[in-house]
Design a binder for this molecule. Structure first.
Ligand code: AKB
Length: 324
């Protein structure tokens, strides 16, 4: 990796991945890009930024040529719940965007990182210790686009020798940027609500177990996978990776240890509940552990402590303290 392009750089993953790659590879060697969301002034000051729609092949091609890109982290994507609200749009962005990026990989020899998801599984997938290779019949347009993305990445690797690599990310929890339109978003919203209002109304039912990961681990996983030696990789597209599995009440109990007057109620959103019910409870990520040494560093208590500490500071900076 010498010259890196990140699509969707202003999103939840990109906001943390961009500075991490800049620290490692140099600010001028990481080109952040996005379609609509204005980058923060910090991101703009830190390195090059390009506005581009990933569905526009010519515009992407121009950027790849301009900066002589050799690696693309393709993060631009519509998430699960937002995808169900606008399925045609989600298919267009997720599938045609990836197709364009893979074509750039074929034409210019770029390595490609593709984030797949637990959404690539469906209700007939074994929900516990979900194997690396198993039944995948997703029922959401997001999951269908992620599964076809995994297959397309394999195809470009086998047929054209493109260096494609991917991870099946679980719900990602972070304090920098909010996720937009996912089913696992409750696990981020709850921290803001706990600190601000001391209460949260959860849109998923008690007992809904899902895989989750702190974003710091996810960023490290993406970089470690892209830096792994190619001959280590058997399951390129895409590796199961997880750090913890919990239900809403487990997360609430963890937060309560630090904010004792915090309470949680439930108002189930049937669309997001149906999506969550079709996803695994807990994946088996032994292929990632064996093939390229994946190890998470944050479990539920460590992640919760760090989130509370970082968000308390952020809220203090934004709103000040109650003291006069
Ligand atoms: C979503 O909820 O849509 C995402 C995901 C698990 O891929 N966070």
């Amino acid at each position: 990796m010498r010259k890196i392009l990140i699509t969707g750089a202003t999103g939840q993953i990109g906001s943390d991945l961009t500075p991490a790659l800049q620290r490692r590879y140099g600010n001028d060697n990481v080109i952040a890009s996005g379609r609509k969301t204005r980058p923060t002034s910090t991101m703009l000051a830190a390195g090059p930024f390009e506005f581009v729609d990933v569905r526009n092949f010519q515009a992407l091609d121009k950027i790849v040529r301009k900066y002589q890109i050799d690696t693309i982290f393709h993060l631009a994507s519509i998430l699960s719940a937002a995808g169900e609200a606008r399925p045609q749009h989600a298919w267009d962005v997720n599938t045609n965007g990836l197709y364009n990026v893979l074509e750039l990989g074929r034409l210019h020899g770029c390595a490609i990182f593709f984030p797949s998801s637990i959404g690539a599984f469906g209700p007939s997938t074994p929900p516990d210790n979900t194997p690396q290779e198993t039944i995948q019949r997703p029922r959401t347009i997001y999951g269908i686009s992620k599964l076809s993305g995994e297959l397309l990445c394999d195809y470009y690797h086998i047929r054209f020798g493109v260096d494609t690599r991917g991870l099946r990310f679980p719900g990602l929890i972070s304090h920098e940027t909010l996720p937009g339109g996912g089913t696992t978003d409750y696990a981020v919203e709850i921290f803001y609500a706990a600190l601000r209002d001391r209460k949260y109304c959860c849109f998923l039912r008690r007992g809904t177990f899902l895989d989750m990961m702190y974003l710091k681990d996810a960023i490290r996983a993406a970089i470690e996978l892209m830096e792994a030696k190619p001959d280590q990789l058997i399951h390129r597209n895409a590796y199961n990776v997880t750090a913890m599995s919990f239900a809403p009440e487990n997360l609430a109990a963890e937060i309560k240890k630090m904010i004792p007057d915090f309470t949680m109620s439930y108002k189930v959103d049937p669309i997001r509940q149906a999506i969550a019910d079709s996803w695994p409870n807990k994946m088996d990520d032994s292929a990632a552990r064996l093939e390229w040494g994946w190890r998470p560093q944050y479990d539920l208590p460590a992640m919760s402590r760090d989130m509370i500490a970082k968000l308390s500071r952020k809220m203090e900076d934004l709103y000040g303290t109650d003291e006069t």
